[in-house]
Design a protein around this ligand. Structure first.
Ligand SMILES: [Zn+2]
Length: 625
C-alpha cells in the first residue's frame, strides 16, 4: 500500500467521525458557546477547563495543556501509538483496514525500527565488551562509571570504520533500507551507505516504555562533533525524547521530583549515586514537549546546569516552560565549574543533594539575575528600577499570551513571595504593564510604538527575544488564518526559530501552505502522529486565537523583524566604531574620519527612526558621539 492510500484512509476515518462524539464517550461534555466543555480526563480538576471545538475538530485543556485532534486524544487517553489509535478509530468509523494490513508495504513501521535498534544495540554492546572495546571501557572507568552501571545502561561501542554496522547487517541479512530508516546508516552521494556512528561510545535512548528509539554517541576520537544523536526518524525526535526517562518515571513516584541534566554521563553517574529520578536532554534546551512528558510523573523538575551562561539560557526556558506547562521548574547550579558527573565523583551524593536542595524557583532565579544588573536591587531606587524591569519582562510574556490569565494569578502570588511585596500592588502593576504590552503589535495608528516584542527590546532587557517572539506570533497567526501565508512568504523563515520543535513544525506548516491545498488544522496535527506536537500546535493556535487580529499581528511581526535586522546592523556599526583607530590629528577630512562620520550619521538616523534601541547600545552611542 502506498503512502497516499494510507493518507486517504486516515482522512476517511477523520471525515467519518466527529470529535465531540469521540471524546464524548470518555468525557461528559456540555455546550459552551461555539464549543463544548468538560472535566479534563488527563488531569484532576473540579471546574472544567477541557474544551472541544467542533468546527476545528480539535480539543484543548487549559489546565494541563493537553491538546490535539481525535488521534491525539485516543493516543493520550488509551496510551497507544498513532497506528493503534488509528486502528481503534477506524473501527468506530466502520472503516475496514483489512486490505491495508494484508499488504503492509508502507515502509518499515515503528516496531520494525525498534527491532533493528535492539539488534544494533546488541552489536554495539558486543563490540564494547570485546577486545575492540578496551579503550572505550578505560574511558568509561576513567569517568567513574562502574562496569555494572555501564552494563545496566547498555553502554556500547561503534568501530572506527565506515562499514562496521553495515558489515554486521550483511551477515545478519538485515535490509539496509531498514538501517537507513532507523538513522543508523546514511546514503552516500554516489550510491551505497555508510555508518552514521563511527568510533563512538554509544548510549541507547529508550522511550517511556523502555523501547530503544535512538542512540547518542560520544566520540572516542578527534571528531569535532563530540556528541551525535540519531537523526529524526518516525520513532525519534531529540526535542521530545529524554535519556533515562524509562527509569526515572518509576523513581519520580517515590521522590516526587525529576532531575534534568544535560549529558549522558551526568545522567548515568547520577543514577549510580542513587539519584534514579534523573534524565538528560539530548543536546537541546528543555522544550514544552519534554515538560509534557515529565508532567505525567511529577510536578517538580530541577534543572541542573554547570555555568552561568548555561544558567541564563536555562532560566528563560524554565520560566516559559513553568508558565506554559504548570510544572514547577527549579534551577540548581553545580559549583566549581564542574559538570554534574565530575562533581558527584569528587563531592559525593550528599553534596549533590545539597546542591539540589539549594535550587531556586525559575522566577526567583530570574529575579536575582535582573536584580544583579541593578546593583543587587537590594534597596531604594535601584530596587524599584529592578522590580520595574523584571515586571516589564513578565508583562511582555503575559501580553504575548505566554501566560494565561488564569496563570497570571498564580504568578502574582509567587512573585509576591519572591519580591516580598503585596500581591494587590503587583497585580495592578503587572496589569498596567500587560495592557501596555498587548497594545497592537501592528503599528496601526501613526507613531504608535511596536508591540510587546519591540518593547522588550526597547527596555534593553531581552532583545534577542523580539525576533523569536515575532516569528512565533507569525506561526500562531498562520495556524488560525492560513490564507495570510502570501503576506509572509517573502520574509518568514522557519529556520530562524530558536525552539527546535516549533521550527520543525513551522517548516512543515510552510510546506503545507505552499502546496496550495486547503488547510485543515486537525489534518495538519494528524500528520505528526505525536501527542507532543498535538499539544504544541493547539497551544500555538490557541494563543494566536486569543490575540486575534491576525493580519495586524503578521504585519507587526514583519515590522519587528525588519527592525531587528536594522538593530543588528546598527550593533555591527557600533562594533566597527569601537574598533576603529582613533584619529589623533583630528584633521576632519581624512578617510577614517569620513568613514566614522558616515557610520554615526547612519546610526543616529536608525536610532531616531527605530523603536529598537537597547539601553546598552544607546549608552555606547552617546559615548561615541
Ligand atoms: Zn487537563
Amino acid at each position: 500500500m502506498a503512502v497516499a492510500d494510507w493518507e486517504i484512509l486516515t482522512r476517511q476515518i477523520r471525515d467519518n467521525l466527529d470529535i465531540v462524539q469521540v471524546i464524548g464517550r470518555y468525557v461528559p461534555l456540555r455546550r459552551a458557546g461555539s464549543g463544548f466543555k468538560g472535566l479534563c480526563p488527563f488531569h484532576q480538576e473540579k471546574t472544567p477547563s477541557f474544551t472541544v471545538h467542533p468546527a476545528r475538530q480539535t480539543f484543548k485543556c487549559f489546565g494541563c495543556g493537553a491538546g490535539g485532534d481525535i488521534f491525539t486524544f485516543i493516543q493520550t487517553r488509551e496510551k497507544v501509538d498513532f497506528v493503534e489509535a488509528r486502528r481503534m478509530l477506524a473501527e468506530q468509523a466502520g472503516i475496514s483496514l483489512e486490505n491495508e494490513q494484508r499488504s503492509a508495504a508502507r515502509g518499515p513501521g515503528k516496531s520494525d525500527l525498534v527491532a533493528v535498534n535492539e539488534w544494533a544495540q546488541n552489536v554495539f554492546r558486543r563490540q564494547y565488551i570485546g577486545p575492540a572495546g578496551e579503550a572505550a571501557r578505560a574511558y568509561v572507568a576513567g569517568r567513574g562509571i562502574s562496569p555494572a552501571t555501564a552494563e545496566d545502561f547498555g553502554i556500547g561501542l561503534t568501530l572506527d570504520r565506515f562499514d562496521g554496522l553495515l558489515e554486521e547487517a550483511r551477515k545478519a541479512r538485515i535490509d539496509v533500507q531498514l538501517l537507513a530508516a532507523a538513522g543508523l546508516v546514511k546514503p552516500r552521494d554516489l550510491g551505497g551507505h555508510y555508518d552514521t556512528f563511527r568510533h563512538r561510545l554509544m548510549f541507547p535512548i529508550r522511550d517511556l516504555n523502555g523501547r530503544i528509539v535512538g542512540f547518542g554517541g560520544r566520540t572516542l576520537g578527534e571528531d569535532p562533533a563530540k556528541y551525535l544523536n540519531t537523526p529524526a526518524t518516525v520513532l525519534f525526535d531529540k526535542s521530545s525524547n529524554l535519556f533515562g526517562v524509562d527509569r526515572a518515571k518509576h523513581a519520580a513516584a517515590k521522590t516526587g521530583r525529576i532531575i534534568v541534566v544535560e549529558g549522558y554521563t551526568d545522567c548515568i553517574m547520577a543514577h549510580q549515586a542513587g539519584f534514579a529520578e534523573t534524565v538528560a536532554t539530548l543536546g537541546t534546551a528543555m522544550t514544552e514537549a519534554h515538560a509534557g512528558l515529565l508532567r505525567r510523573y511529577t510536578d517538580r523538575v530541577i534543572l541542573v546546569f554547570d555555568s552561568d551562561e548555561a544558567g541564563q539560557r536555562a532560566a528563560d526556558r524554565a520560566i516559559s516552560v513553568t508558565l506554559s506547562s504548570g510544572l514547577d521548574v527549579m534551577l540548581a547550579r553545580v559549583p566549581e565549574g564542574k559538570d554534574p558527573c565530575d562533581y558527584l565523583l569528587a563531592a559525593g551524593g550528599e553534596a549533590f543533594e545539597a546542591v539540589l536542595k539549594g535550587a531556586l524557583g525559575a522566577l526567583e532565579f530570574k529575579w536575582r539575575q535582573v536584580a544583579r544588573e541593578y546593583e543587587g536591587g537590594a534597596t531604594g531606587p535601584a530596587r524599584r528600577r529592578a522590580i520595574e524591569a523584571f515586571l516589564e519582562q513578565l508583562a511582555g510574556w503575559a501580553g504575548n499570551g505566554v501566560i494565561d490569565p488564569i496563570q497570571k494569578g498564580l504568578l502574582v502570588n509567587q512573585l509576591s513571595k519572591v519580591l516580598a511585596l503585596p500581591a494587590e500592588d503587583l497585580h495592578r502593576q503587572l496589569g498596567r504593564l500587560t495592557r501596555r504590552a498587548s497594545r497592537p503589535w501592528a503599528a496601526t495608528q501613526a507613531g504608535s510604538r511596536p508591540g510587546p516584542a519591540g518593547q522588550a527590546a526597547a527596555g534593553g532587557s531581552a532583545p534577542p527575544n523580539a525576533r523569536q517572539e515575532a516569528l512565533r506570533q507569525t506561526v500562531e497567526a498562520l495556524l488560525n488564518e492560513p490564507t495570510l501565508y502570501p503576506a509572509v512568504a517573502d520574509w518568514f523563515d522557519p529556520a530562524g526559530i530558536g525552539d527546535p520543535q516549533v521550527a520543525a513544525m513551522a517548516t512543515r506548516l510552510v510546506a503545507a501552505l505552499q502546496s496550495g491545498e486547503p488547510f485543515r488544522l486537525d489534518e495538519f496535527i494528524g500528520r505528526f502522529e505525536s501527542e507532543a506536537y498535538g499539544r504544541l500546535i493547539t497551544d500555538l493556535q490557541y494563543h494566536g486565537e486569543r490575540r486575534g487580529r491576525y493580519a495586524e499581528v503578521v504585519e507587526g511581526a514583519r515590522q519587528c523583524i525588519e527592525a531587528c535586522n536594522r538593530l543588528a546592523k546598527a550593533s555591527a556599526m557600533i562594533e566597527d566604531l569601537h574598533h576603529a583607530q582613533p584619529s589623533d590629528g583630528n584633521t576632519g577630512d581624512d578617510a577614517a574620519d569620513r568613514n566614522e562620520d558616515e557610520l554615526l550619521r547612519t546610526l543616529a538616523s536608525s536610532v531616531r527612526q527605530g523603536h529598537f534601541c537597547p539601553t546598552r547600545i544607546r549608552r555606547k552611542f552617546i559615548q561615541e558621539t
